[in-house]
Design a protein around this ligand. Structure first.
Ligand code: NAI
Ligand code: MG
Length: 369
């Protein structure tokens, strides 16, 4: 039986509550013999600051470097609003992203049939939706230099941000997108604005070459980023994997996320470069939501974003595609059965707690296995 090394960083607020539900699944997988996970746990965020005076320790970073994947809950809360800026809870997450070199951010938009009426779009447009946006995370206009506001001789001010991409940066994000497509529906849509941006021209060129040389069997289409935004709200199911730069990805991933409803439902992954020796990638999986101080400690949090993040780890870090499908099916079945936490319950529905949803998903897995 294959064995995988998982580092769990539950963090603050509802982080530990939703992580506890993933731990039930980890135990279930090991018990059934489908896959063995060796787990370690460490502190990140406010709780790490309380214990060690930093948002993440060097020892925890070493464990993250050594792990096959990191599962991250959430960090922050009013208790730490006054801590020194460099030690604020988010600094833990930022250090993980930076030191693990996580340049590819994956944000899926999955619409479970039972929740299709909660979308702002018509049921038939979103029911069964399952797409992933691959956003380049460490380059582009958020980081390019020069980046400044200067005062001109006539007293006017001028602000500059620089959109900048190299061949290498585009190649590696394109490869992530094509690799994902291979374990999905085999289609990549690359979004840029080659009609008005030089970075768009290079992006288009490099993605086309990587496709031709390395992934000729994957379907590739190029789409202008503004049109991609329109298509996402017109007919999102036409997509499988969308690959795009940091800025367009920021916007398009938020648009896609909201096609599917609550914050408590949204998983994400961040991937680093492939180690040429082992073929493994550094990877961190986390829900899109934060630590939800307003409901923390009450057992009300929706664990599906965290459990969905674990499903992504199964699919993208461990190659357990069948098991990932099974877990997503288990989530869908539990939603179909009417079991909901408060955030997705809707009027007149009796909401259940975090643990009940987790238990029900484990039970579904038992049926599906
Ligand atoms: P938030 O995502 O924590 O909460 C926003 C709203 O959504 C709240 O009403 C919350 O109760 C609800 N919500 C979030 N996740 C939920 C879940 N799983 N189930 C049910 N309801 C859920 O964002 P907010 O309130 O802006 O930030 C709270 C704290 O979290 C802050 O300290 C912030 O800095 C931090 N934060 C951390 C992030 C991370 O760790 N990656 C990301 C975003 C915020
Ligand atoms: Mg955003």
């Amino acid at each position: 039986m294959a064995s995988y090394n998982l580092l769990l960083l539950p963090g603050d607020g509802i982080g530990p509550e939703v992580m506890a539900e993933v731990e039930k699944l980890v135990r279930w997988f090991t018990k059934t013999g489908i896959a063995r996970f060796e787990t370690e746990k460490d502190l990140v965020g406010g709780c790490a600051y309380d214990a060690h005076g930093v948002a993440i320790t060097d020892a925890a970073m070493d464990r993250a470097q050594a792990a096959d994947a990191v599962l991250f809950g959430a960090v922050g809360g009013p208790k730490w609003d006054k801590v020194p800026y460099e030690h604020r809870p988010e600094a833990g997450l930022l250090r993980l992203r930076k030191d693990l070199g996580l340049f590819a951010n994956l944000r899926p938009a999955i619409c479970y049939p039972a929740l299709a009426d909660a979308s702002s779009l018509k049921r038939e447009l979103v029911e069964g939706l399952d797409i992933v946006i691959v956003r380049e995370l460490t380059g582009g206009v958020y980081f390019g230099e020069p980046k400044e506001i200067v005062t001109l001789e006539n007293g006017e001010k001028r602000a500059v941000d620089t959109q900048l991409y190299t061949t290498h940066e585009i190649e590696r994000i394109a490869r992530v997108a094509f690799e994902l497509a291979k374990v999905r529906r085999n289609k990549v849509s690359s979004a840029e604005k080659r009609n008005v941006m030089r970075t768009g021209v290079l992006w288009n060129e490099v993605v086309t070459r990587v496709h031709k040389e390395e992934y000729p069997d994957v379907e590739l289409e190029h789409v202008l980023a503004d049109n991609c935004g329109m298509q996402l709200v017109r007919n999102p199911k036409q997509y499988d994997v969308i690959v795009t730069d940091n800025l367009f990805g920021d916007i398009l991933s938020d648009v896609a996320a909201m096609l599917t409803g609550s914050l408590g439902m949204l998983p994400s992954a961040s991937l680093g470069a492939e180690d040429p020796a082992t073929g493994k990638r550094k990877a961190l999986y986390e829900p899109v939501h934060g630590s939800a101080p307003d409901i923390a400690g009450k057992g009300l949090a929706n664990p599906i974003a965290m459990i969905g993040s674990f499903a992504m780890a199964l699919r993208y870090s461990f190659g357990l595609v069948k098991e990932a499908d099974m877990l997503e099916k288990a989530i869908a079945n539990v939603l179909d059965s009417g079991l909901r936490t408060k955030d997705i319950a809707g009027p007149g529905v009796n909401a259940v707690g975090t643990g009940e949803v987790g238990d029900a998903i484990v039970k579904e897995m038992e049926k599906l296995a």
